[in-house]
Design a protein around this ligand. Structure first.
Ligand code: NAG
Ligand code: NAG
Length: 403
């Protein structure tokens, strides 16, 4: 009896030790966030164990675990939901049932998950896109682009791009009753990365006649060059995306070769021949004073040119939209950028907003100081967070006013 009790105490203590991690003071619901973060950490640890045991690639294991969160296409009284294909790419389509006075608005949405994980049918994404469709009375296309490690860059980009091109054809827009002057591209995290890349590429595509009205980038990943920005340093171990996990996701977008991951982890992956690109991610020029505080800009450290020759994708603006020149940024549509204070990707979004503004693009930059990466995923029980709800409402409110 006593041994059992002792065992129980020990197990609880270990569990508490595992779950506990210090939370920033400005988190509104610190205990809830701590539990969410611990669950994410546990899932990641399990996937690494599966990898080390040789059961499966850690990313495949993560996919298997997160598949629990899937929901089949389910229509409700407001929105008809179907899974279909656009241009041979799987999409989930949300068509409002409410009558409309005229043509409708449309949002083409790319989910997050580091180019490796996630899908339109995850409960949290299904909810986000369903609400968007219902509240804006808009057609929403949520794209199930192919994922790493099975598919690498540029497959993810090409999938979302071909869906976009297919949808922007006037025959398709009119089939769904969409106003060609009111189409937006949007995405979160890796999806925000793809949305930014698609918006850039469309400017150079003479085959596409319809112009986007807007782009909405929610805590996007926008550059691979400097993985030691002040936000990477300050938020190295914040929920739910650590610096090393982000490095892993970035490197998996291009390869499972651990030499790229290791070089990225030590921030020595860019060859000296590409040094001119650093001007586009120079935080010393693009961050406001309050975010620079306590950080000293040092010149980049360079790596071997072999990696960049083998995996040129990581220096490609279609993977790293911040690497586009100022001239290429001009002409981008009305932009919404959300950044979170406690996010390794904070400075990617802050710098992009700055550069777009300087290039004359109208930008709304929403900076949520007290939020962390992926917070809009947590908008329903049991993982509902007030801050997630608030930001979701801000995003949809912006779309409602600007699209
Ligand atoms: C349908 O829309 C109404 C009005 O916006 C809303 O109150 C209701 O909850 C929606 N139904 C579902 C299932 O989302
Ligand atoms: C970054 O900007 C600072 C300040 O303007 C400058 O001194 C530095 O040379 C720049 N570095 C690079 C690599 O462009």
């Amino acid at each position: 009896m006593r041994a059992k009790l002792l065992g129980l105490c020990l197990a609880s203590a270990l569990l508490a030790y595992y779950i506990y991690s210090p939370m920033p003071e400005d988190f509104e619901e610190p205990w809830k966030v701590m539990l969410i973060a611990a669950a994410f950490r546990a899932v990641r640890h399990l996937s690494e164990v599966a990898d080390q045991l040789g059961v499966m690639h850690s990313v495949e294991a993560l996919k298997a675990i997160t598949a629990i969160d899937y929901i089949a296409p389910t229509s409700d009284e407001n929105v008809t939901v179907t899974d279909t294909e656009f241009s041979n790419v799987a999409v989930r389509l949300y068509l409002p049932r409410k009558p409309s006075d005229g043509l409708r608005r449309a949002v083409v949405y790319f989910h997050g998950g580091g180019w490796c994980l996630g899908q339109a049918g995850m409960k949290s994404y299904d909810r986000l896109t369903r609400w968007t469709s219902n509240r804006l009375n808009a057609v929403v296309v949520s794209v199930n682009y192919r994922l790493a490690p099975k598919y690498r860059f540029p497959v993810q980009f090409e999938d979302v791009y071909s869906v976009m091109k297919f949808f922007l054809q006037s025959s398709v827009l009119s089939q769904y009753g969409v106003d060609p002057d009111r189409v937006c591209v949007a995405g979160d995290s890796a999806g925000g990365n793809l949305a930014a890349a698609v918006a850039q590429q469309l400017l150079e595509d003479s085959e596409v006649k319809t112009r986007l009205k807007a782009q909405a980038l929610l805590y996007p990943a926008l550059q691979t060059l400097d993985l030691n920005l002040p936000s990477y340093q300050e938020n190295e171990n914040k929920p739910v995306l650590s610096r090393l996990f982000m490095v892993k996701l970035w490197s998996e977008y291009f390869t499972s070769d651990s030499s790229l991951r290791e070089a990225m982890a030590s921030n020595r992956h860019v060859p000296v021949e590409s040094s001119h690109l650093f001007q586009f991610v120079n935080w010393s020029n693009f961050l406001p004073e309050e975010l620079k505080k306590g950080h000293v800009y040092t010149s980049p450290a360079y790596g071997s040119s072999e990696l960049a020759q083998k995996y040129p994708g990581f220096l490609d603006p279609r993977a790293a939209p911040l690497l586009a020149s100022d001239a290429q940024l001009r002409g981008l549509p009305l932009t919404y950028v959300l950044t979170c204070g406690h996010d390794v990707l904070r400075d990617d979004g802050v710098m992009y907003a700055r550069r777009l503004q300087a290039a004359g693009v109208p930008v709304t930059h929403d900076h949520a100081k007290d939020a962390f990466h992926g917070v809009m995923m947590f908008v329903s029980s049991p993982t509902e967070l007030a801050v997630g709800r608030r930001l979701l409402n801000r995003y949809i409110g912006w779309l409602n006013e600007n699209l």
